[in-house]
Design a protein around this ligand. Sequence first.
Ligand SMILES: C[S@@+](CC[C@H](N)C(=O)[O-])C[C@H]1O[C@@H](n2cnc3c(N)ncnc32)[C@H](O)[C@@H]1O
Length: 267
Amino acid sequence: MSGFSITWLDLREDADQRARDGALANKAIAALAQTHAPQAPKLAVDLGAGTGSTLRALQKLGANDVVWRLVDHDGALLDEALRRHRKEFVIEDHQCDLQIIDELPLAGARLVTASALFDLCSKDFIHALCTKIGAQNTGLYAALNYDGSTTWHPAHPFDEQVLAAFNQDQQRDKGLGPALGPNATSALKDALESVGYSVEVTSSPWKLDSNDKALLQELIEGIRNAVADSLDHQALEQWVQFRLNNLDDCRCVVGHTDLLALPNAQG
Ligand SMILES: C[S@@+](CC[C@H](N)C(=O)[O-])C[C@H]1O[C@@H](n2cnc3c(N)ncnc32)[C@H](O)[C@@H]1O
């Protein structure tokens, strides 16, 4: 089990899909089409696939002829992905721990993909993965990595302290080593450039408002849980109540980045 419920992944998916940089996603789809072996399947290996959010995002942009290898350690999420998509795509589900890099099923991949994954990962993991990807000359499309910025309207005097504590918590070990949190994208970029890749990074913020009340509510509760041990209890509860009381008038921007890295010959 991963701790990522189907309910939570479904709740965030609409905001994720709106946030993704469409132009970069289209370049990722174009990269999938490039090959020296045109008879080989258009295989994308999605790491930390959950219920298949990356598949759905690229499908919406017309990527219907992709063979997907979905990799996750949570069998329930993979089963849900298969239930949703096995009729329309060839899907290989692969249940394993991403940390066992040597055993990651990347063979034959034209593109490795991931969404909302790398901010959970450690620097060592990212280095080892990028070295492996570089050795087989495969591109990487990594969407929706949290960048450490969150802005709220209406503003509250405690916003800054809450954000600082939240970003600190983002660097806690979430099962993939001490997490890079907001530093994930720069670590990925450095690691991929060092193995000879061209890397493009674009901004893909969640832009939430009163139409996203359920997600906002979960986000606020999630932030409360993450920072409860590091902030004054009463001040935090006042902030939570203020945020929940102002959902009708709320605008919230949560910064993310998307990244596409291609071996220089393709870049
Ligand atoms: C934030 S969720 C993102 C899921 C999906 N990519 C999406 O965008 O909806 C992170 C995913 O990584 C998976 N994951 C976390 N740690 C993992 C590990 N050590 N090995 C394999 N999968 C892992 C979780 O099960 C979860 O599906």
